[in-house]
Design a protein around this ligand. Structure first.
Ligand code: KG4
Ligand code: ZN
Length: 338
């Protein structure tokens, strides 16, 4: 009785994730990352990522099952990321998911990667209120989404970045500052010792005539590079640069997200994606939401970055909403729109 255990598989970028969810509860999950293999190239190499998924998929599924104290035969449905993401990487996860669903004789569900990031929060904080505003900030995305019902309604895309994603901006500037890859966590660490007011970096697209829900981070990246160029090697005040950049990004993100909530009369803001791990994004969102009477929800760090549990969470919602399973010829959608 009750709903089935849903296995979620994520392989859209450099993380191979498997998670098990039933009735909104996380039973177990495991993630393997090929991040170290990409480090010397300064970014994710698609072919390396795809090969790493081939190696990691089966072990990761077994680790998730072990953590949950479950066996393969306990899996009642399989959910898999179909996009957006790297096509070779997505193909590996989809092929694995199809094999498992077919072999176990259980239904298969295709899941949008961003819906997964949104659903991650439900595993920690319970069902999402309808509607809610979602700020999704990762290495590939910076979007404001209006979510009415994750299992039934399409997500309304309010705005996006016109160029780089917020995480990409952190990653690229970190490189210029001589910090290790991935840059986001490195900037966050370096910023602890710096002064956020040291450098007056621009706040792109925050003027009265600008798109209220649009973002742009490439100008900020250029401004940070110009600032770095003005210092000779070894003289660069990295901590101040990192703190000031982080402040600019956090300011723009949280200002627009809170404005979007007010404009649409939405009482809950959910901040998800890898950049939701940023300490200043978190503290400024907290401060501004409190002032505006908005409830802020941020998933715990371990569920913010790519993982299989978040995909299982969407699968679980779909199963419980009675959604139709996908056919076995389900295909990937690398540039999936929302
Ligand atoms: O969601 P995610 O794991 O992968 C996707 O891009 O889908 O996000 C990864 C991004 C990277 O750009 C990384 O630098 C950034 O999230 N990130 C951070 C922090 N932790 C991860 N950015 C700023 N501060 C952090 N603490
Ligand atoms: Zn992601």
């Amino acid at each position: 009785p009750g709903s089935p255990v849903v296995l979620g598989i994520e392989s859209s970028c450099d993380e191979t994730g498997a998670g098990l969810v039933r009735d909104g509860k996380l039973l177990g999950h495991a993630v393997a990352s090929s991040m170290d293999e990409h480090a010397r190239y300064g970014g994710v190499v698609p072919e390396i990522a795809a090969r790493a998924h081939v190696h990691s998929l089966t072990p990761v599924v077994h680790r998730a099952l072990d953590e949950a104290g479950l066996a393969m035969a306990d899996i009642g449905a399989v959910a898999v990321t179909t996009g957006p993401g790297l096509s070779g990487a997505l193909q590996v996860g989809l092929a694995g998911a199809k094999g498992l669903a077919y072999g176990l004789g259980v239904p298969l569900y295709g899941v949008h990667h961003l819906a997964g990031h949104v659903a991650a929060d439900t595993l920690e904080h319970g069902p999402l209120p309808n509607p809610c505003m979602v700020l999704i900030v990762s290495g590939g995305h910076t979007s404001l989404l209006l979510v009415r019902d994750l299992a039934r309604d399409p997500i309304v895309h309010l705005g996006d970045t016109l160029d780089d994603a917020a995480g990409e901006c952190f990653d690229k500037v970190a490189r210029v500052f001589g910090l290790p890859y991935p840059g986001g966590p490195a900037i966050d660490r370096a910023a602890r010792e710096g002064d956020p007011k040291a450098v007056a970096f621009p706040r792109p697209l925050t003027g009265p005539r600008d798109d209220p829900y649009g973002f742009s981070f490439s100008g900020l990246k250029t401004a940070a590079a110009r600032w770095a160029e003005r210092h000779t090697d070894g003289e660069l005040p990295v901590a101040d640069g990192a703190a000031s950049l982080q402040e600019a990004v956090a300011d723009v993100l949280t200002r627009k997200a809170v404005a979007a909530c007010k404009e649409h009369g939405v009482g809950t803001l959910v901040v998800v994606g890898g950049v939701a791990a940023n300490s200043r994004v978190r503290s400024l969102a907290e401060e501004r939401c409190q002032k505006a009477g908005i409830t802020l929800r941020v998933p715990p760090l371990r569920l913010c970055t790519d993982n299989g549990a978040m995909i299982a969470a969407v699968g679980d919602l779909l199963v419980r909403a009675g959604a139709a399973p996908a056919p076995l010829d389900l295909s990937i959608d690398p540039s999936a729109p929302l």
